[in-house]
Design a protein around this ligand. Sequence first.
Ligand code: URA
Length: 226
Amino acid sequence: MPETGAGPGRPAPPQGQSDPAASSPAALAAGADTLDALAEAMRGYDGSDLKAGAKNFCFADGNPAARLMVIGEAPGAEEDRAGKPFVGRAGRLLDLMLGAIDLDRYAEDPEKSAYITNLLPWRPPGNRTPSTAEARMYLPFLERHIALKAPRAILCLGNPATQALLATSTGIKRMRGHWVRHGATGIPLLPSFHPAYLLRQPADKRLTWRDLLSVRAVLDGEEPGL
Ligand code: URA
């Protein structure tokens, strides 16, 4: 029998019409079994206007085998040009932050590298903050990204990614520095300030340093204080 996608409470679409649920972010994400397949599914997804307004798709950068996964907000102008996350000013600060705990996104050793992605793969016009609807739309892809990548720890930068992943409206100032478990995978996740915020508020680098040391300790095998 052909696969209709119909099930209890979900009638088959009329003949000749495709089932919209089959092209939803959740279905596309669930159908991806590798990071490459997930990138293709995300790139092909046409449900958001952001895609039409952006130059390039930004999926991830760094070492896919890294123990640490870093999650930011969305590409800015330089990331949009390069098709890679965190390559502009905030990205350069992120590289310094990672370097301070002996990590380099491009290192071959999984213990010494980092894998970097964003909540959204397309640049929002004018670098505006992602809307709640956009965050919700791309969340199933990010959830799948985390599950496929299966890092030892996640560093989650700034409000949009932290609030989307933890389904909270609590702000980053209260969340940062406190390890939590990521819901679906149980992977330890540390919210921290976004480097773009730190460029505007350098005094908060002091708190970020504490967060980075805590990441270092967890990567070195210490139990996160959960
Ligand atoms: N800010 C982000 O959150 N991500 C990027 O890739 C660049 C800037």
